[in-house]
Structure formats: C-alpha cells, structure tokens
Design a protein around this ligand. Structure first.
Ligand code: ZN
Length: 272
C-alpha cells in the first residue's frame, strides 16, 4: 500500500449512504480519518456553513463537494439552467468551506459528443468568475466511456487536460482523477503527470472495479476487491507531486446493506 496515513485519507459521505451527515462526521473523526467530501444531499435541511464548521470542529478537513456539472443540453434554456445550478453548487462549496467542487460534466444522447464537449467547456467558462469570487476550484472528473451517452462526454484524462489547457489552465479549473473511470487508459501515467505539471490535478478518488458488475452506477468495489491496481495508480499520483487527500468514493448497494461500522473498519484496513 502506497498511502498509509489515515490523516491523508478522506471519505465521501455517499460511501456510507445509510448514515446521516452527522453520523459520517462523527464516525470518520472517531476513526482518525483526515477528511470528508460532502455530497450535496448531505446539506438537505442543513446550513452548509454549519455542516462545514461541525466537520472542522471534529478535526476533519472539508476536502470537496460532489457534485456540479451536467452542462450539456440541447436547448439554450437548459444550458442556462445548468449554469445557474452550478453557481448554487459553487456557493454551497464556498459555504461549507471546501476548496473544490467536483464536476460530472454531462452529456446528451441526442447530439454528438463533440457538441457536448464544447458545451461543457463553455459552461465551465461561464462559471469561472463566480468560482473565482468564491475561491472554488471546478474539478472536471473524466467519467468512464460507458457513461458517455448520458453522464459525461469527458471520458479520459487527456480530454480533461485539453479542456483545462483550452481554458488557459485557469487557477479555478482542476481535475478530479478517479481510478474507477480511468484505470483502463494506457496513457494514464503520462496524463496524470501532465495534469499535475499544469497545476490542474486537484482531487484523487479511489475504489475498485468489479467484474462482473451488477449495476454500472452502484456496484463499485472496495479497494482490493476488483481489477484495478489502485496501489500502482496511487504511486503515479504521488510521484507526480500530488500531496492531497486520497478520497474513498464507493457507491455500492451491496456495501450499503451491510453494517456500516464493520464496513468502515474494512475501508480503514486497506490502509494498514
Ligand atoms: Zn469520483
């Protein structure tokens, strides 16, 4: 294992979806985890600022908010709606005190991927002033190509790097690298280095790829359960110079059905 210190590990609240926001804060902090990434549903009926304060008082770093994005749409009106929603997500990210907002960029099956990619880049560009004022990095998360029709037309680190470069490596644009989405890529190591060297590698997400998988969204594996050489990718990330959190992000109907305390222990044992 390349990354052993729990103080450099964060967990996404969705990993323990059965737990409330307060339980996640409490349990991660008791376990000695260093950081937490909030999914926006964690703010339901809550003031993001208070949630952020609670996390910090418990000794957790607020690492990121997931998620904004979904910029691709056929009508101008829908694209404008997406930009407005992203501005709200930026405000929530600012309130909770997280440095970055993860973007699931969006796609639209009725138009070409290139059209969607251009809309994504334009949508991000439209949000940049707002993000700059809020001190928030918009972290493009390339998604596995199996999601290209609906969830994201940005499917590789090379594409994410190209968007950042087209936006002149603006300090408020970044990349969220997730092993689940990118492990298949034979240029992954080079693209990680490229993103770090441009100042764009802002988040790193880990989990595992199960084969067969029961569901393309909610059947992710715990690190070590599947086909991804997470240790190798973590090594590349660290070698690139990245010193940020390694964020555990697992959507799993299977794990959500189990005792969440035991599950958290299993997550932690990966880093032992
Ligand atoms: Zn992710």
């Amino acid at each position: 294992m390349t990354q052993k210190k729990l103080s450099n590990i964060a967990i996404h609240t969705i990993t323990n979806r059965p737990w409330t926001t307060e339980q996640c804060i409490d349990e991660y902090s008791k376990a000695g985890i260093g950081g937490i990434t909030f999914w926006r549903y964690s703010f339901e009926d809550r003031d993001p600022k208070k949630v952020g304060d609670q996390a910090r008082e418990s000794g957790l770093n607020v690492v990121s908010v997931a998620r904004g994005g979904f910029f691709a749409a056929e009508s101008k009106e829908d694209r404008k709606k997406a930009i407005d929603d992203n501005k709200r997500a930026i405000d929530e990210t600012h309130s909770v005190g997280a440095p970055s907002l993860v973007l699931v960029c969006g796609s639209n099956k009725h138009q070409s991927l290139n059209t969607s990619r251009n809309q994504i880049q334009d949508g991000i560009a439209e949000c940049l002033d707002h993000a700059k004022d809020a001190g928030v990095i918009l972290a493009i998360e390339p998604l596995h190509p199996m999601y290209a029709a609906e969830r994201s037309a940005v499917n590789s680190m090379a594409q994410a790097n190209a968007i950042c470069e087209n936006l002149e490596n603006h300090p408020n644009v970044g990349i969220a690298l997730d092993v689940y989405h990118t492990w298949w890529d034979d240029k992954l190591k080079e693209e990680i280095t490229r993103s770090f060297n441009n100042g764009n590698l802002s988040s790193y997400h880990i989990c595992d790829w199960l084969s067969p998988m029961e569901d393309m969204l909610n059947d992710r594996g715990l690190m070590g359960e599947g086909s991804i050489d997470v240790d190798q990718i973590s090594e590349w990330v660290i070698e690139s110079g990245f010193t940020g959190f390694h964020e555990v992000e697992i959507f799993s109907e299977r794990w959500w059905k189990t005792d969440q305390h035991d599950y958290l222990k299993k997550i932690i044992s990966y880093f032992d």
